[in-house]
Design a protein around this ligand. Structure first.
Ligand SMILES: Cc1cc2nc3c(=O)[nH]c(=O)nc-3n(C[C@H](O)[C@H](O)[C@H](O)COP(=O)(O)O)c2cc1C
Length: 314
């Protein structure tokens, strides 16, 4: 059977399946477990400066009619100092990405420098900058919606980091390409798209918004076409040289192929895991599906990347 090995810049993975940030990434044990189940890499929960409890419950709701999740967990995390201890317990063979967030370039730099100063036996393979936090001094706008701020943050991060810097993009913006462009100019060597899509639900009996935080973000099956569109745009704009990690709504191996045809090098998966009771079996099923597809096409995983762009011309 064909190999699914891929390279995201200098990072070599056994397959393109990456556990996305925020789902099962809070403890070392769940990261170890996901990697053992077959993922090519796993991503930590996004970690910031201060410990955050996050928003009150209900904060995560499954919507069965559309196989999707609406959440407003509010970047709950233990803070970078406590999390530094957690990282020490990640198994040595586990390839992981550390997701971090902040409100200013300094905050991102502080976390990167601290983690690097820990001299971890198994350090992260990349820092993924989650750009969804509100900017400290710009009236609550999300840092990821302003190209200038993105450039400053990424430039600051790459200037202190010894490992690759990836950025995670929000779809809640008019032109995702301008943000990606700012990130690449700042030195990002991987782009993860997309984060959750702004959403909300109302209970018609109580007439109340369902999430305690009122507004939240949608993930899962309903957002796949939005993710595919983002990756297609980014590949068209940036070309094949920038690795893209297609994320959003992956539910089966066919969705993974679709992202790769749109231009993704690898894929992120999260909400799907809420449905898994046998993680290992399910990850294996995805891998077998991809391998069989590649065999029927008589092509390698890198050969099918971005093919939808060529076929769009036919
Ligand atoms: C409960 C929950 C928590 C999340 N936490 C984070 C996070 O900490 N950092 C981040 O970058 N994305 C976070 N996300 C977004 C996911 O990483 C991913 O981008 C999004 O869910 C789309 O992928 P999916 O449809 O496969 O879940 C979270 C999503 C959910 C559902």
């Amino acid at each position: 059977m064909s190999s699914l090995k891929i390279a995201i810049g200098s990072i070599l993975l056994r397959n393109p399946l990456i556990l996305t940030a925020g789902i099962l990434g809070t403890t070392f044990s769940s990261l170890n477990r996901c990697y053992a189940a077959g993922f090519g890499a796993v991503t930590t929960k996004s970690i910031g400066i201060e410990p955050r409890e996050g928003y009150a419950n209900p904060s995560v709701i499954y919507i069965p009619e559309i196989d999707s999740i609406i959440n407003a967990v509010g970047l709950a995390n233990p803070g970078y100092i406590t999390y530094g201890q957690e990282l020490k317990k990640i198994d040595s063979e586990v390839k992981y990405i550390m997701s971090i967030f902040g409100s200013t370039p300094d905050e991102f730099q502080l976390i990167i420098k601290y983690i690097q100063s820990r001299n971890l036996v198994n350090p992260p393979k990349a820092f993924e900058l989650n750009l969804s936090c509100p900017h400290a001094t710009k009236g609550g706008i999300s840092v990821g919606t302003d190209p200038e701020i993105v450039y400053e943050i990424v430039k600051g991060a790459t200037s202190v980091s010894r490992i690759p810097i990836w950025i995670k993009l929000t779809p809640n913006i008019t032109d995702i390409k301008s943000i990606a462009d700012a990130g690449v100019r700042g030195g990002a060597t991987g782009i993860v798209a997309i984060n959750t899509v702004k959403a909300m639900l109302i209970d018609i009996t109580t007439k109340k918004p369902i999430l305690a935080n009122i507004r939240g973000g949608l993930s899962g099956r309903a957002i796949k076409p939005i993710g595919i569109h983002a990756i297609y745009d980014l590949y068209e704009y940036l070309g094949a040289k920038t690795p893209l990690i297609g994320t959003g709504g992956i539910w089966n191996w066919q969705d993974i192929i679709e992202y790769i045809l749109a231009g993704a090098t690898a894929v992120g998966m999260g909400s799907l895991l809420f449905n898994y009771n046998n993680l290992e079996l399910s990850v294996n099923k995805l891998i077998t599906g991809i391998k069989k597809y590649l065999e029927t096409q008589d092509m390698s995983i890198s050969e099918i990347r971005g093919l939808a762009h060529e076929h769009a011309q036919i």
